[in-house]
Design a protein around this ligand. Structure first.
Ligand code: LLP
Length: 421
């Protein structure tokens, strides 16, 4: 019987030995399956639909190249993400540039490189962009609206409510002013609207509600300005499974409901049905990643709790500390041990909040065991830090049962390379 935990048919203990730990392991096979699912169940199902990968979830050059090979575009939110996407050879036209406070440098870079669409987050950014574009560029823009809907998720990853730092509030003076300016400006090509209501969503209400509002707005603009809005970007946020308690809905539960609204309302309002864009991030990469750690200290506080301490923690995965996120895990070298005990997995950072998993049943754990944490493909590598001067882990990509190092482990020299003393 196979003793060790295999990830996409590769022995995870072998990976831990070969590359050392902590180690992020991503599966190209799973990423491509997810992309294919989007293609079959959304892009091929409805004409004039587009999917952009929200690269903040996980971005390396290898990841950008997977996106480049697919039909998808890519969504970036900073100079760094834009730079990485371009460096990996992504066609600028397939890049959508977000962010609630883009700098002048970022906007100029985007204009010079002919980025496909800039998603303008507010009135002052719109004015700045118009000024920067001047006579030299005509750039396609979307206006980000904050649709004033509550998404059922953690407060920190909810974005479409009235009190949000993102976008132009629905039915506000600023939004009216931005629309008028965008329509009248000769230096920008106003394509439409964007909203993103939140992340890790299990119900489609917020998307459907926001779609209705956006379609109404599109009709109002047609009536008032005789201007045809071509694009509607409904963001990402499609939830995934982290533990057995999560019950994510299939992608089409969201996209079919959105398309149903769009089609019905385009008919009712007698407007041309806009191109529809989605921006999944977590959906594509979360389940495509695991993290491998080595167990060090095991500490039993009698009748209270048993801690098993690993060689990583909140520096490589801040999500439990930030959002009380839950994960499942196994002891990769003791897959079939049936004798389990309740333990808490603690990270190695000097923070009491650095607990990766509270109360999980694992086989009897000893120093040297390999812990595999599941579903770490999204917002782990991309949110990692050097807290406590921990070096960032390496990233390995699995494809067709082969493993390949795609990001080197940081060295201690790397940690000091910008420190001028
Ligand atoms: N589009 C926009 C404009 C976004 O702001 C986001 C995520 C997405 C798309 C992709 O959302 P997704 O499909 O991945 O849910 N760090 C948090 C998540 C923050 C999400 C921010 N925006 C976490 O670890 O849960």
């Amino acid at each position: 019987m196979q003793e060790n935990f295999e990830f996409c048919s590769v022995d995870s203990v072998y990976l831990a030995q070969k590359y050392s730990t902590p180690l992020y392991v991503m599966s190209q096979d799973i990423i491509e399956e997810k992309i294919d699912y989007i293609k079959v169940n959304f892009l091929d199902k409805y004409p004039r639909t587009y999917a952009y990968y929200a690269s903040k979830a996980f971005l390396t050059k290898a990841m950008a190249k997977i996106i480049k090979k697919s039909e998808m575009g890519i969504d970036v939110v900073s100079y760094g993400e834009l730079y990485t996407a371009l460096d990996a050879g992504i066609n600028p036209d397939k890049i959508m540039f977000h962010g609630n406070n883009k700098s002048k440098d970022e906007l100029e870079f985007a204009l010079e490189r002919g980025i496909g669409r800039i998603v303008v987050d507010g009135i002052s950014e719109l004015k700045l962009l118009i000024e920067l574009a001047g006579e030299r560029f005509t750039t396609k823009i979307l206006l980000r609206i904050s649709p004033n809907v509550e998404a059922h998720t953690h407060k920190y990853i909810s974005t479409g409510q009235l009190d949000s730092k993102f976008g132009l509030s629905f039915a506000s003076k600023d939004l009216d002013e931005a629309i008028e300016l965008a329509i009248k400006s000769e230096h920008i090509d106003f394509k439409g609207f964007h909203f993103h209501v939140g992340s890790q969503l299990f119900d489609n209400e917020a998307h459907v509600e926001s779609t209705k509002k956006a379609m109404e707005l599109i009709k109002e603009i047609k009536d008032k300005y005789d201007y045809e809005i071509e694009d509607l970007n409904v963001g990402g946020g499609f939830g995934v499974r982290y533990t057995a308690e999560d019950e994510p809905m299939p992608l089409e539960y969201f996209t079919d409901a959105i398309m149903e609204e769009v089609l019905a309302l385009a008919d009712k309002y007698e407007i041309t049905r806009p191109n529809i864009f989605i921006e999944p991030g977590r959906y594509i990469v979360a389940e495509a990643g695991i993290t491998l750690y080595t167990v060090g200290s095991v500490k039993n506080i009698e009748s209270v709790r048993k801690y098993i301490c690993i060689d990583g923690g909140m520096a490589d995965n801040p999500r439990p500390a930030l959002y009380q996120a839950k994960y499942s895990a196994c002891i990769a070298n003791k897959m079939y041990d049936e004798d389990t005990e309740l333990v808490t997995v603690a990270g190695k950072c000097c923070e009491s909040g650095d607990i990766l998993i509270w109360d999980i049943n694992l086989p009897k754990v000893e120093r040297g065991d390999i812990l595999a944490v599941m579903g770490t493909g999204a917002y782990n590598y991309s949110m990692s830090s050097n807290y406590n001067k921990l070096a960032k882990p390496a990233v390995v990509m699995i494809h067709d049962k082969e493993d390949r190092l795609i990001v080197q482990r940081e060295s201690y020299e790397d940690l000091l390379k910008n420190d001028l003393g």
